[in-house]
Design a protein around this ligand. Structure first.
Ligand code: ADP
Ligand code: MG
Length: 197
């Protein structure tokens, strides 16, 4: 499903952030990376997400190599297969909850309004945010924002969900709520979660 082969990355003039990592992740697994701040967790996940380039090694998503090819090719593979949940949510503040989620479908080329309506509604109900669908993102609390972030990550039904410290900015009650949602998602998908705690 997701494979790292001898992956290394060194930022300029530093010691390696990630060194010779070989790992295989399979469908339906729930993987947690735990490590102190600065240990290279984000670097590794950004390599999968294409947010950062690696120096050495190969990464395969769903059997397809995403390293060492044209970025439009690897971007296509990633966009179809991977949903990303960010610590700081990365919502568009002046867009509604609904629009923030619909954008992810448009990005993979879904244009049919009825299909978009059905899918967005389904995931917003799943994270209990449907009733806030017309609210602007900057009106939401942290926990609500992250639930929208999760809805956006799952709406295109990717096989892999990557969540980099998704509860890092949340209080304990919202942390529990978000973790319960992520655990439910992990029953169907490969979930890779990063935490320092
Ligand atoms: P973690 O997510 O585990 O906290 P990171 O992957 O963010 O760790 O960082 C690993 C190492 O790489 C750290 O020493 C960090 O300072 C360094 N690093 C991360 N991003 C950059 C960057 N953009 N430029 C230079 N050094 C970086
Ligand atoms: Mg990090």
């Amino acid at each position: 499903m997701l494979e790292f082969k001898n992956v290394s990355k060194t930022y300029q003039g530093d010691k390696p952030a990630v060194e010779d990592v070989t790992l295989t992740f399979n469908e339906g697994e729930f993987i947690v990376f735990i490590g102190t701040s600065g240990s290279g967790k984000t670097t590794l996940l950004n390599a999968i997400g294409g947010l950062d380039k690696i120096d050495d090694g190969q990464i395969y998503v769903n059997g397809e190599k995403i390293t060492g090819r044209f970025s439009w090719e690897s971007d296509r593979i990633r966009t179809l297969n991977i949903g990303y949940v960010f610590q700081d949510y990365n919502l568009v503040d002046n867009m509604t909850v609904w629009e923030n989620v619909a954008v992810a479908l448009r990005m993979i080329g879904v244009t049919d309004a009825r299909e978009i309506n059905e899918k967005v509604r389904y995931v917003l109900e799943k994270v209990d945010m449907y009733r806030y669908r017309n609210r602007y993102a900057d009106m939401l609390s942290g926990g609500e924002r992250q639930r929208v972030g999760i809805a956006r990550a799952i709406v295109k039904d990717p096989q892999v969900i990557i969540a980099d410290e998704p509860t890092g900015n949340l209080d304990s009650r919202n942390t529990l709520e978000v973790m319960n949602i992520i655990r439910a998602i992990s029953e169907e998908k490969l979930v890779i979660l990063v935490t320092h705690e």
